[in-house]
Design a protein. Structure first.
Length: 353
């Protein structure tokens, strides 16, 4: 039996693509193990799948001053030693890394034992952890043509592995859950895993105008719902959504979203016309702005930079995307990486063999 180690952690976005690939890897006959941090979000998510989980020491690599910068390198060194022992114990044929700081010692340990490594880079430009790990990659999977150009023949545009359940939602279930009574097109607003105050406020300011033509599902983020907006016809707010999300995607005609790589790849895979409002440079390293502009250039998305977000720009974007839905879908239908799981597992299998 072929063996694979999956790794990735720190955020759900570094874990869910790995989880999406597990059924296909099992079908292909792989024995799967997972390496993450001792107690990160990945531990709970992976243990729910029944895959053997191994925790290692991990330190965060920062671009700014922090006292932990003096101690975290020792955690990384310890993690490297632990990862090398796991490589010897498990003896994988291949390692797949989705990113996050825990993957650095895992990738370095695999490379030290000449084990092939496939790295998935979600964003257009690599984050710090992947910048360290990428030189050790045998193959690189990415979401954007611009990223592929950075790595030449090593890289393939694959898209991001998407959970199968996202494609099997029921629009009728979402309609009933939201208590809608009037059949209209639907806008789904998603502000990222923790929500977005900026997007929430912008949507609420124009809600009366939007509701003339649309039902609105608004996922606000934990503790970010507003009691003043309860029981408004054609509008339903949630602080968080779990198993109901595929149903909401199925009902949505337009999605308003941040521009995290996994989120926009889901929109592309689902062929959902969308308005992207990337996190500003003041609050990030600018990767969401690059992601959004790549999707805009490809014709998949209408983009509003956060600094330009207001009632006029948001309403104009909704009118544009609503009027040109078919054009956006047509462009998305031409995208590379339409079956990320099949493409990535084929790359993995070619190295394992």
């Amino acid at each position: 039996m072929k063996k694979i180690i999956l790794t990735g952690g720190g955020t759900a976005g570094h874990v869910t693509p790995n989880i999406a690939m597990i059924p296909k890897l099992k079908e292909m006959g792989y024995e799967i193990s997972y390496i993450g941090t001792y107690n990160g979000i990945e531990k709970q998510l992976i243990e729910e799948t029944g895959i053997p989980y191994y925790g290692i020491s991990s330190g965060k690599l920062r671009r700014y001053f922090d006292l932990k910068n003096f101690t975290d390198p020792f955690r990384v060194i310890k993690g490297f030693g632990e990862a090398k022992k796991l490589m010897k114990k498990i003896q994988p044929d291949v390692v797949f890394s989705k990113g996050g700081f825990v993957t650095v010692p895992v990738v370095l340990a695999a490379a030290s034992r000449k084990i092939p490594v496939v790295i998935h880079e979600s964003d257009m430009t690599p984050g710090l952890a992947n910048k360290i790990a990428l030189p050790k990659a045998t193959r690189i999977c990415c979401n954007f043509p611009e990223t592929k150009d950075l790595f030449n023949e090593k890289a393939t545009v694959t898209g991001t592995p998407i959970r199968a359940e996202l494609f099997s939602g029921s629009p009728d279930k979402a309609f009933e859950l939201c208590g809608f009574t009037e059949k209209k097109n639907t806008i789904l607003v998603v502000g990222g895993s923790t929500g977005s105050v900026v997007i929430n406020e912008a949507v609420r300011k124009v809600l009366d105008e939007i509701r003339k033509d649309f039902n609105v599902i608004h996922i606000c983020g934990k503790d970010k719902t507003d009691s003043d907006y309860e029981n408004i016809p054609g509008y339903k707010q949630f602080d968080y959504v779990g198993p109901e999300l595929p149903d909401m995607f199925a009902l949505a005609d337009i999605v308003i979203s941040r521009a995290g790589a996994n989120a926009i790849c889901e929109l592309l895979a689902l062929r959902k016309p969308n308005i992207l409002i990337p996190l500003s440079r003041a609050a990030s390293r600018g990767d969401q702005i690059l992601n959004a502009n790549s999707f805009k250039k490809s014709g998949y998305s209408h983009v509003i930079e956060e600094e330009q977000l207001g009632s006029d720009t948001l309403l104009a974007a909704i009118r544009d995307v609503s009027a040109n839905k078919e054009k956006y879908i047509e462009k998305m239908n031409t995208s590379e990486g339409s079956d990320a799981i099949k493409t990535i597992t084929s790359i993995i299998d070619s190295l394992a063999n």
